[in-house]
Write a protein that binds this ligand. Sequence first.
Ligand SMILES: NC(=O)c1ccc[n+]([C@@H]2O[C@H](COP(=O)([O-])OP(=O)(O)OC[C@H]3O[C@@H](n4cnc5c(N)ncnc54)[C@H](O)[C@@H]3O)[C@@H](O)[C@H]2O)c1
Ligand SMILES: [Zn+2]
Length: 371
Amino acid sequence: MSHRTIRLRLGATATAGERSYSILIGSGIIAELGNAVRQDGAVRAVIICDDRVREPHASAACRSLAAAGIGAEILSVAAGESSKSVSEAGRLWNALATLAVDRRTQIIAVGGGVAGDLAGFVAATFARGLPFWQVPTTLVAQVDSAIGGKTGINLDAGKNLVGAFWQPRGVFADIDTLATLPDREYRSGLAEVVKYGVILDAEFFAWLEQHAGEILLRDPAAVIHLVERSAFLKARVVEEDEHEQTGLRAILNYGHTFGHAYEAAAGYGRLLHGEAVALGMTTAARLAADIGRIDAGFVARQDALLRSLGLPLTAADLGTTEWMPPADALLAIMGRDKKSIGGSLRFVLPTRIGHVELVDGIDPAIVRRLL
Ligand SMILES: NC(=O)c1ccc[n+]([C@@H]2O[C@H](COP(=O)([O-])OP(=O)(O)OC[C@H]3O[C@@H](n4cnc5c(N)ncnc54)[C@H](O)[C@@H]3O)[C@@H](O)[C@H]2O)c1
Ligand SMILES: [Zn+2]
């Protein structure tokens, strides 16, 4: 089975040499998962998935492991963000204890960002850390959440408040799994793809403009290219700033300060994450234009690309605006966002297609007017 491979290399630590892993992208590659896990020394595996991907995807992973001589159990959680919880993590820890899992057991996360973040966190914490693999089955997970080692769960007080940096042993992005993904979820993932073009890669942005038709029809060659390029760009950022310390990794938050505020205001569940990011990028581009960092041409190009990929630019594009709170309420939510620093507003803003900068101290009055 042919596939593309991206190697992600992380710096040496005091106690270990360089760490690295492969991100494999291709069609039908779940069949190769078992061999890779076997070569990594596993004798046993536990698959953690959500109940919507148990059939056919977690089962396919299980068969691949079995064919390589690895016994695997499947533990599933309810689909949806609410499974990224303390109680689900606790349930999984206890299930692993009941299965008498030891350090020669590897965890396999099969699913979207929810399954990956939760399973990764459980792997990071059980028995002080079990090796784990990511088998992302949503576009969001293939281009973003499965790469880079951020794992975590939510608290009532906020999303992703408890977590760990815990890198996978490898990532198997099998684009065939996307065949069962609903259109709305697929398009939501495209928002993160557009984000990579805006923040890092003008040529990729232009490619997306030229291939929007094939992308929406999920032409396999187009999907492989966009997953590969996105994964490559995310991997390069993570390599430079694994633990979000230098500010580089923060550029991945383009559109997310506004996006998280829209998500929170809408109540989790009304907007998909990528839809919120599309609205957020639309607002961020207008903010950048307002303060003279970019021209109207940038805004028009980004708007046109988002639109041609079936993404919303405004709440009205999603049908109803009744959930949209007044500007002050949105500003208050942004003030609480853990990415804001000491009350003043910080945004990732573009200077041109393919380049963004972190901008501190934005006047809240300008933001209020935009909202
Ligand atoms: N760790 C990171 O770096 C990172 C980055 C971005 C997002 N995230 C997290 O990822 C989550 C969002 O991820 P998501 O959009 O993948 O959501 P998700 O995991 O909830 O998946 C979306 C929906 O699609 C279903 N699904 C998954 N794969 C499917 C398939 N192949 N066919 C049919 N249905 C399928 C799921 O059951 C779910 O209902 C959020 O919790 C977010 O915080 C994490
Ligand atoms: Zn995102």
